[in-house]
Design a protein around this ligand. Structure first.
Ligand SMILES: *[C@@H]1O[C@H](CO)[C@@H](O)[C@H](O)[C@H]1NC(C)=O
Ligand SMILES: *[C@@H]1O[C@H](CO)[C@@H](O)[C@H](O)[C@H]1NC(C)=O
Ligand SMILES: *[C@@H]1O[C@H](CO)[C@@H](O)[C@H](O)[C@H]1NC(C)=O
Ligand SMILES: *[C@@H]1O[C@H](CO)[C@@H](O)[C@H](O)[C@H]1NC(C)=O
Ligand SMILES: *[C@@H]1O[C@H](CO)[C@@H](O)[C@H](O)[C@H]1NC(C)=O
Ligand SMILES: *[C@@H]1O[C@H](CO)[C@@H](O)[C@H](O)[C@H]1NC(C)=O
Ligand SMILES: *[C@@H]1O[C@H](CO)[C@@H](O)[C@H](O)[C@H]1NC(C)=O
Ligand SMILES: *[C@@H]1O[C@H](CO)[C@@H](O)[C@H](O)[C@H]1NC(C)=O
Ligand SMILES: *[C@@H]1O[C@H](CO)[C@@H](O)[C@H](O)[C@H]1NC(C)=O
Ligand SMILES: [Cu+2]
Length: 572
């Protein structure tokens, strides 16, 4: 009854042309039907026009907004001459792995001219998520917000007056479709992007972009909810708004203990919901995002900006870029200390209503090294990786090769799958201390998975290595959220580190930034039957093979089994 009262009396408006307004906090389960047509559109950015892949001609794509518990059906029609798939990032897909989206993992691609309807229920999660293409590098332009409105009032005090999506992306002047092909052909690194974007707009620090600057009108004395999504392909980002503090309240559609911060660090794949109090009386305030640098590879070191414009501000858009001062609270690109401190503040809300369901005990521990590798150049080939070799990347020295079939379908049909992914590193060595130039950096190539029984309380220790370079790797797991019970620098040491885990209120996420030159331990209630992709959300690393997957077997009860495949499931 209380909820009913609360819900009826509250309406939230989303302030942007990007999204539609939906009633907040409805108490009935509804079905939401969307139609996504994948099509080309000519878009002009940074002084040039090029065709990009879009959904319904929109860039960024349309927002999906549903209520917790709703059924969702999204019919995706492929209107272009290349294959496509769409992934609903962070949606658990309980028993509906067929709707998860990664090409050749849970489905064959939707072919040109064909349609596939993704059907699933959104339950047990609420907040900001997103969707994106999950084949080749299509997610560079094919992405959008996925918002889940809660059934219950927000667990934080502030009333929310309006919502603002803040979606970061990356823009290439040349067609992005060729990048992965070039990487595969030469074993090279990708060309860096030419710009970062906020809601598809690079902002006035880039050439020809003054008009392509995101401006959010605000009023004094209100609370705005920013739904922040990092859809960039290859870069962790810092984000700040001049003279304003942000209050983090939710990450990856899981509530957190609220805390104030001057800036956030967000990896590709992650989302943050933050509250912004408009406590300045007047003026234009710069918001800016730039990379958090942990790589030695070439990268895009530019900065995207937008503005928060108070309604009484008379200032015109600043057109002279030399007059733009970046927020003083925006961390420097190499501010590792800031990134580490910021991440260490994240905690699950952990209340009676939203308990933190971290497994206190585990059934299985898997230790996985994350490495960048070098493969010798095949004879008669041109290789453009380091030292005339080919770049690769691996988990436990296994570089993932996508098969030409749907792994989930093979699993469902009981066809044989290689389930011998090593559950610990094949060799023990000084993972984060080894000299990358003298070590043998060759990986093995294949499609190896591991399997766990339904209901396994699984711990995965993700161990960074110094192969080629120490970097922050945002590891994303499909089909489950996980709890980040521990992180550290150097090599994971079971004797010392397990005792220091946070088993009370660790943050719950779907993507963890494994610290540069360190490790992260995550715990998963593996209670969603299916085949789940696990990969680095830096697209360049996934292209090199930094991926694997695990099978959660169906349980004994009917409600613990993977559902049968839908009739329109694409075939290979
Ligand atoms: C994009 O522009 C080119 C050149 O003007 C044109 O040939 C092409 O048909 C346009 N594509 C779309 C999808 O509008
Ligand atoms: C990468 O950049 C180089 C140099 O600008 C260019 O020649 C090449 O075509 C680019 N590759 C792709 C796939 O855009
Ligand atoms: C915003 O912050 C900057 C740097 O701290 C300061 O110089 C400036 O006066 C502030 N502006 C307002 C309107 O408070
Ligand atoms: C970005 O990189 C370019 C090329 O290496 C360099 O000239 C420029 O100074 C760098 N910019 C920043 C902000 O570091
Ligand atoms: C831009 O601003 C700078 C510094 O205020 C000034 O020196 C320059 O002349 C301005 N440029 C234009 C085109 O107005
Ligand atoms: C590679 O080059 C060698 C020597 O030049 C030649 O004998 C061989 O046929 C070539 N192999 C391929 C696959 O082209
Ligand atoms: C796969 O094997 C299981 C266990 O033997 C069986 O219950 C199931 O029906 C089989 N699935 C198919 C599609 O044959
Ligand atoms: C990885 O596998 C390759 C190929 O079998 C081997 O040469 C290399 O030593 C292995 N590296 C590690 C770190 O296990
Ligand atoms: C699309 O995917 C199918 C199934 O894997 C494959 O046979 C076909 O070659 C692909 N088509 C294109 C245009 O890449
Ligand atoms: Cu990575």
């Amino acid at each position: 009854m209380m909820n009913q009262y609360y819900c009826d009396s509250t309406t939230i408006f989303i302030l942007s042309l990007l999204v539609t307004t939906i009633p907040f906090c409805s108490t009935s389960t509804t079905s939401n039907h969307y139609h996504f047509n994948v099509e080309w559109r000519n878009i002009t950015r940074l002084c040039s026009t090029k065709p990009i892949l879009t959904v319904n001609g929109r860039y960024p794509g349309p927002t999906i907004a549903v209520n917790e518990g709703d059924n969702v059906q999204i019919k995706v029609t492929n209107g272009v001459s290349i294959n496509t798939t769409i992934h609903w990032h962070g949606i658990k897909q309980v028993r509906t792995g067929w709707a998860d989206g990664p090409a050749y993992v849970t489905q064959c691609p939707i072919r040109p001219g064909q349609s596939y309807t993704y059907k699933f229920t959104v339950s047990g999660q609420r907040g900001t998520l997103w969707w994106h293409a999950h084949i080749a590098w299509q997610r560079a332009t094919v992405y959008g917000a996925f918002i889940i409105y809660p059934r219950m009032p927000y667990p934080f005090a502030a009333p929310v007056d309006a919502e603002v999506p803040i979606i970061f992306g990356e823009w290439w002047n040349l067609p992005v479709e060729g990048i992965e092909d070039e990487m595969k052909m030469y074993g090279s690194g990708p060309n860096s992007s030419d710009a970062y974007t906020i809601n598809g707009l690079p902002g006035s620090l880039y050439p020809c972009s003054v008009q392509d600057t995101f401006v959010q009108m605000v009023e004094y004395g209100k609370t705005y909810m920013l739904r922040i999504i990092n859809a960039a392909l290859n870069d962790e980002l810092f984000f700040a708004i001049a003279n304003h503090t942000l209050t983090v309240v939710e990450i990856d559609a899981s509530y957190t203990k609220p805390f104030d911060t001057e800036a956030i660090m967000i990896t590709p794949g992650q989302t943050f919901t933050v509250l912004l109090k408009t406590n300045q009386h007047n003026g234009m305030f710069v918001m800016a995002a730039r990379p958090y640098l942990t790589t030695v590879f070439p990268f895009d070191n530019s900065t995207t900006i937008g503005f928060l414009k108070y309604n009484k501000a008379t200032t015109a858009l600043i057109t002279n870029t030399s007059n733009i001062i970046l927020p003083h609270n925006l961390p420097h690109m190499e501010d590792h200390a800031y990134a580490t401190k910021f991440v260490s503040q994240l905690r699950s809300l952990g209340t009676t209503q939203y308990p933190c369901k971290v497994p206190k005990n585990i059934d299985k521990r898997v230790v996985i090294t994350i490495s960048l590798n070098l493969e010798d150049c095949p004879t008669n080939k041109t290789c453009k990786g380091y030292n005339g070799k080919r770049f690769a990347a691996a988990m436990n020295n296994q570089s993932f090769v996508r098969p030409l079939t749907s792994i989930l379908e093979w699993h469902y049909r009981n066809y044989s799958l290689t389930q011998d992914f090593p559950l610990k590193p094949p060799h023990v060595f000084d993972y984060t201390g080894v000299d990358p130039l003298t070590h043998n950096l060759n990986p093995n190539f294949g499609t190896k998975l591991f399997a766990v029984e339904y209901g396994t309380r699984l711990e995965i220790v993700l161990q960074g290595t110094s192969f080629l370079n120490v970097e922050n790797h945002p590891i994303h797991i499909h089909g489950h959220n996980f709890f980040i019970v521990g992180t550290g620098f150097g090599n994971f040491n079971a004797k010392k580190d397990i005792g220091r885990y946070n088993l009370v209120d660790p943050p719950e996420r779907n993507t963890v930034g494994v610290p540069m030159g360190g490790w992260a331990a995550i715990r998963i209630n593996a209670n969603n039957p299916g085949v789940w992709f696990m990969h680095c959300h830096l697209e360049e690393h996934t292209s090199w093979g930094l991926a694997s997957g695990f099978i959660v077997k169906s349980g004994a009860k009917p409600s613990q089994r993977l559902l049968p495949p839908p009739d329109d499931l694409p075939q290979c």
